[in-house]
Ligand binder design. Structure first.
Ligand SMILES: [Fe+2]
Length: 391
């Protein structure tokens, strides 16, 4: 998790009264209501919020539906290129998400919404990483307003209710990872005092938490769509849940922009762990940001062919002319399963000889358990891709 942050009004000591004017008090108890949000039981990062009303005032609950990703029919083991930039716009930024790849650790969706988010949403069982391929706006949360822009990883810990408010919904384009373990900054980037090391590829200032707290005092019934695994429920609260007057702690929604990643380059090619950005249970997320290329006079400047036999590798192409690939578009995904080698396309080694920099931007996730493709993924699968390495 990023470092300690605080916003708004807090009592000097935790778990003590934060008094309010009784005249103002809606329930007449003369205090704000403490709410502790913990992770891994009570053992890891947590935050403490103070509400106008108790966060437990549920009016009504209903089961909405089950939304389980469905695996496509069995495919031979092969590489895949999913033309995921060509998906039609549909739905809102939450219910319009299209599942493409999944295993027991994550579900990967593309979202190209055509209408604003209809109701408040919360994922009760997974952290979410929303990579903003295109778009700009604000994520409204109980922790305050979190601005986002192109290239942001928006990381929303489980149980945080939110609404995406876009400046132009018809331009929004997201890659969404629903992550069934905590999304963390790799421990090897932090010193024993919890600070990011001087040699880490980013610094605390690159992580942006909500900057503006908006306390909504509204006693109207407010529905929240809640997802936990495949189950969607709707809870109607007896008030608006964004009624926080102050919070502090280590767990909160935040953004990190991919263009703020500080890539390392060597004399010869450095492997993906140098690009690691986030650590999750069963997989890692890496950022391939614009960078200088390897500078040994005989260096081959595109990655060698490799069999990463214990990982499935997914690349999402964001910007640039991907030196080692042919025929992939911005917005595409490739899946290179661990059981077969992949490498640079013919001609790309020669073509990169004179290059000193690459302006490409791509997001990668490497999963330690095999990924399954959905029927929606197979509908945009490029059948020519597995044989695209022939001369
Ligand atoms: Fe690779």
């Amino acid at each position: 998790m990023p470092s300690y942050r605080q916003l708004g009004t807090l009592p000097p000591k935790r778990h003590t009264r934060l008094a309010r004017d009784v005249e103002e008090s809606h329930l007449g108890e003369g205090l704000y209501y403490e709410h502790v949000v913990t992770t891994e039981g009570f053992e890891r990062a947590y935050s403490i919020l103070y509400h106008l009303r108790p966060p437990t005032r549920v009016r009504q609950v209903e089961l909405v539906e089950r939304v389980e990703p469905q695996a496509a029919e069995d495919q031979p083991l092969r590489h895949h290129h999913l033309r995921a930039g060509q998906l039609p716009r549909e739905g809102d930024p939450i219910v319009g998400r299209v599942p493409l790849l999944f295993n027991d650790d994550l579900v990967c969706y593309r979202a190209l919404p055509q209408e604003p988010q209809k109701e408040l949403y919360r994922n009760g069982a997974a952290d979410e990483v929303i990579f903003v391929n295109e778009g700009r706006g604000v994520v409204e949360t109980p922790f305050g307003r979190l601005p986002y822009r192109r290239g942001d990883y928006v990381v929303i810990p489980r149980t945080v209710t939110y609404r995406i408010v876009s400046e132009a919904i018809e331009r929004e384009d997201h890659l969404v990872l629903e992550v069934f373990s905590p999304v963390r900054i790799p421990a090897r980037y932090q010193n024993e005092d919890g600070q990011l090391l001087l040699g880490a590829p980013y610094y605390e200032r690159d992580f942006h938490s909500p900057a503006e707290l908006v306390t909504v005092d509204d006693a109207s019934d407010t529905p929240i769509l809640i997802k936990d695994g495949p189950r969607l429920s709707r809870v109607v609260m007896a008030h608006h849940p964004f009624d926080v007057v102050g919070w502090d702690g280590f767990t909160y929604p935040y953004t990190f922009n991919a263009w703020d990643f500080e890539p390392l380059t060597g004399t010869v090619h450095l492997p993906p762990p140098y690009q690691q950005t986030f650590e999750c249970g069963g997989f890692v997320i890496c950022t391939f940001a614009p960078r200088h290329l390897d500078h040994h006079p005989e260096a081959i400047k595109v990655p060698y062919a490799h069999s990463n036999v214990e990982a499935d590798e997914v690349l999402f192409y964001v910007e640039g002319n991907f030196n080692s690939r042919r025929g992939v578009d911005v917005g595409s995904l490739t899946l290179h399963p661990g059981g077969i080698p992949h490498g640079p396309h013919p001609g790309t080694i020669k073509a990169s000889e004179a290059a000193t920099r690459t302006e490409e931007m791509a997001v990668m996730f490497d999963t330690f358990r095999p990924l399954k493709l959905t029927a929606q993924a197979m509908a945009i699968d490029d059948p020519e891709y597995p044989t695209s390495w022939l001369d």
